[in-house]
Design a protein around this ligand. Structure first.
Ligand SMILES: [Zn+2]
Length: 329
């Protein structure tokens, strides 16, 4: 179930203050042994009964293999809940995975890999790789379009403050040299965010992003950047707020939702991560969007959403550190 559907179900049954929080202590107390942790992850992946991750066959049985406790009859291969997931080939205990997932899912500004490494007792490079795999679980594959009232805004991440001219410092202006642009889209009803790294902020790029993410006939709120002009021709009602003349709210025409998301992202950038390379930026913005999108849910549901994203995806270390030319960086 997509998170916005999950949220719709929750908002009918409970209010934000009823959300059930679970502390790290309570969470880890559920898993006395590795077996407990493994069974918890299995219960999420195989809620409707165990199937082979390779061929989806139900003809599987328990096996005596040390790390892969199941056997698929048609494939004639062993497997575990890690097979065909972002945890594949990881020798780390399930309990460490669960603790890392808890910390990353619940820390609004993110967790530095040095801190994560210290907290779960693994080396920093291991923690860095784990965190990137968890971010990959959060990649937004939602196919549903946003609708009704939608805010669209862009910001810039990166670049060295000391290299900038005095009057550009702390000013995320358009086209700022050395920075990478990110477009944020927020559906007001569901409070869901999508954020997308873009090569530029030209009209053709921004219009395409809006068309790919927002249903026809919706009202799109933006600032008065010329790149957004002409959205009416794409089938939207377009309302603008004139930031260039100091106007921030005009009736319903504001983009405060996307702007508060940028401020959260920037607190994480300046306070925790310090650097988000253009290469990995999409993963970081996915991380901040995913956390924002599940904020109203119970802690255990937040964790379940993250765990569900781990399956049927792979991220190899060599791919993570290699450049576009295929060389290691
Ligand atoms: Zn199989």
């Amino acid at each position: 179930m997509e998170i916005r559907n999950l949220l719709a179900v929750y908002s009918m049954t409970k209010s934000k203050k009823d959300r059930k929080r679970v502390s790290l202590y309570e969470f880890m107390d559920k898993f006395q042994t590795e077996q407990d942790a493994m069974e918890y992850i299995e219960s999420i992946r195989w809620a409707n009964g165990r199937v082979c991750p390779r061929c989806n066959a139900r003809e599987t049985s328990r096996a005596s293999h040390k790390t892969m406790p199941y056997w698929c009859k048609p494939c004639r291969k062993y497997f575990s809940v890690k097979t065909g997931s972002l945890m594949e080939e990881s020798r780390l205990p399930y309990k460490k995975w669960l603790m890392a997932i808890y910390l990353l899912s619940t820390s609004l500004k993110g967790v530095a890999s040095t801190k994560l490494g210290n907290d779960i007792a693994v080396r920093q490079p291991t923690a860095w790789f784990m965190a990137h795999r968890i971010r990959t679980a959060w990649a937004n594959n939602a196919s549903q379009l946003f609708g009704c009232e939608v805010e669209v805004d862009e910001t810039y991440i990166g670049g060295k403050e000391k290299n900038k001219h005095k009057d550009q410092k702390l000013n995320a202006g358009r086209g700022t040299v050395g920075k990478t642009a990110v477009v944020g889209i927020k559906e007001r009803d569901s409070k869901q965010i999508k954020s997308i790294k873009v090569a530029d902020t030209k009209a053709i790029t921004l219009h395409q992003i809006v068309c790919d993410a927002v249903a026809d006939g919706s009202t799109v709120y933006t600032d008065d950047a010329t790149a957004y002009e002409g959205l009416e021709k794409q089938g939207y009602t377009h309302e603008t707020v004139k930031h260039s003349v100091g106007e921030y709210v005009k009736g319903q025409a504001h983009i405060n939702g996307t702007e508060s998301f940028w401020s959260c992202l920037k607190r994480g950038y300046y306070g925790i991560y310090h650097k988000m390379s253009p290469k990995h930026l999409q993963k970081y913005v996915d991380e901040f969007s995913a956390r924002q999108n599940v904020r109203a849910l119970d802690t255990m549901v937040q964790i379940d959403c993250t765990i569900r994203g781990l399956f049927n995806k792979r991220l190899k270390y060599a791919d993570l550190i290699s450049g576009p030319d295929g060389r290691l960086h």
